[in-house]
Design a protein around this ligand. Structure first.
Ligand SMILES: [Zn+2]
Length: 467
């Protein structure tokens, strides 16, 4: 499998540190608010990468942190007049609710909280001090970037340019404007703080990820991932402090997902086009959101619009209907009859699995992987009826379910009876015709036809019969 490595700006063959195992870390949210659609993209993309590794037989350790101490959390707690843990607990619960609804594999995820690793963070900073790479100014401890070997190597930034461009505050206590805080001194008595060799304070954000990943995954991991907005300075700083302390490579592969646009505009709070997952859940099934995020390659921007969400919903319906169709075939097919073209049909069905894997092996191309699933559904809808073979239908269904599970889809809709499903499709077709969306109406007719349903337009509405 090839994955794009931001470190070298190229697609590289993935070689695990330890055979059969993948150790990965994805930067998680700061828990002071409901998560938004921008947070969902790395979750879903890298959850799918994890699922694909598992599909290939790897044992995956997947870590994603909660930043549960931060300026924004402290401010929110102060405004509400509550303890900061009340804020973080509330938003961790909300996150877990959303992540489950998005079918993120919570059961296979380790979620460390920053406040549970304060001791390790202090040790880490002491280690950097011992190496002369950290300095204390009156209770604030900074990382000295001049002591990092290759600062800028991930983001391909030049330190001199950065320094020239940095805002220099005369009152700045740092040696270099690009130095960043490892440990922050408590500003007022009421702030949450921990005892340390530098006085009462709390860890800086960049430090948290370095420490938690080291504690759980060791000095070197296979894949460190996150949104492209984190590449600089967050990931650059993680590399600087971790590699300065351990002298070993921090992550062998860095993977970054691209951003989300809304109606082709950049998503931002000021434009009012900033949606939380809970906002979207009011209008769409979150399974549609998951599928939409996977319908574009993760390194390209993905655009949100109502039209695209409708299309995605139709696509998801097609896959669900393909599944029901196969289930019905299995029920009604003749068990005894062996087909002479059984081998060819199996090979054809298997060819969709191969195209799926080929796409996923090419830097997690979920867009092409999804196309292979659609093609599999189209093929089985059109070619399995006449064979009347239970074995073939079972093989097709098993293939469809396996591939869908890699993308983490086909999880939200319960077992509906076929009749209910047919009624729903007919209703949708009637609506499509009222909307003059004849293409969709025809599509549904074909779909029903493939399911063995014949439609009859009568004066009292549409009637249907099983062929
Ligand atoms: Zn991080």
């Amino acid at each position: 499998m090839k994955v794009y490595n931001t470190l070298r700006r190229s697609k590289e063959e993935f070689v695990p540190l330890e055979e059969g195992k993948v150790k990965m870390y994805v930067c998680g949210p700061t828990v002071y608010n409901f998560i938004h659609v921008g947070n969902a993209r790395p979750m879903i993309v890298f959850d799918t990468l994890r699922r694909y590794f598992q599909y290939k037989g790897y044992d995956v350790t997947f870590v994603s942190n909660f930043t549960d101490i931060d300026d924004k959390i402290i401010l929110k707690a102060k405004e509400a007049g509550v303890d900061f843990t009340e804020i973080t607990e509330k938003y961790i619960d909300a996150y877990l609710e959303d992540s489950k609804a998005l079918n993120f594999k919570e059961e296979d995820t380790i979620h460390p909280k920053a406040t549970e690793y304060i001791e390790e963070m202090i040790e880490f900073v002491k280690g950097l001090e011992d190496k002369g790479a950290a300095y204390n100014v009156d209770g604030n401890v900074y990382f000295d970037i001049s002591k990092a070997k290759n600062y800028g190597s991930l983001s391909k930034k030049n330190i001199d340019d950065l320094q020239a461009g940095a805002r220099i505050d005369i009152a700045d206590e740092k040696k270099n404007p690009m130095d960043f805080a490892l440990w922050k001194k408590r500003k007022e008595e009421s702030e949450p703080a921990w005892e340390s060799p530098w006085g009462m304070g709390r860890p800086g954000w960049h430090l948290e990820c370095s420490v938690m990943s080291k504690a759980i995954l060791g000095d070197t991991m296979d894949i460190h991932a996150g949104g492209e907005d984190l590449e600089f300075p967050h990931h650059e700083n993680e590399i600087a402090q971790s590699e300065t302390l351990t002298g070993k490579p921090f992550a062998r592969n860095w993977m970054h997902n691209s951003m989300i646009t809304v109606d082709n505009e950049k998503m931002s709070k000021s434009k009012g086009n900033f949606f939380t997952i809970k906002d979207i859940a009011k209008h769409y099934d979150l399974e549609v959101l998951r599928l939409w995020l996977l319908s574009t390659h993760y390194r390209n921007p993905v655009n949100f619009s109502d039209e695209i969400m409708e299309q995605t919903k139709n696509g998801l319906d097609r896959i669900y209907n393909g599944k029901s169709y196969l289930e019905r075939l299995i029920e009604t097919a003749d068990v005894s009859e062996l087909q002479e073209n059984e081998k060819e049909l199996k090979e054809k069905i298997d060819s969709y699995r191969l195209s799926f894997e080929k796409a996923m092996d090419d830097d997690l191309n979920t867009a092409d992987g999804l196309s292979a699933i659609y093609e599999l559904v189209r093929f089985t809808n059109g070619h399995l009826k006449e064979t009347n073979s239970k074995a073939i239908a079972e093989f097709a269904l098993e293939t469809l379910l396996k591939l869908s599970d890699v993308l983490g889809i086909l999880y939200s809709r319960g077992e509906e009876t076929l009749d209910e499903e047919i009624e729903k499709l007919i209703e949708e077709r009637t609506q499509a015709r009222l909307d003059k969306n004849y293409q969709r109406a025809d599509e549904i007719r074909d779909q029903l036809d493939a399911m063995g349903i014949e439609l009859k337009d009568t004066s009292t509405g549409v009637e249907w019969v099983k062929k």
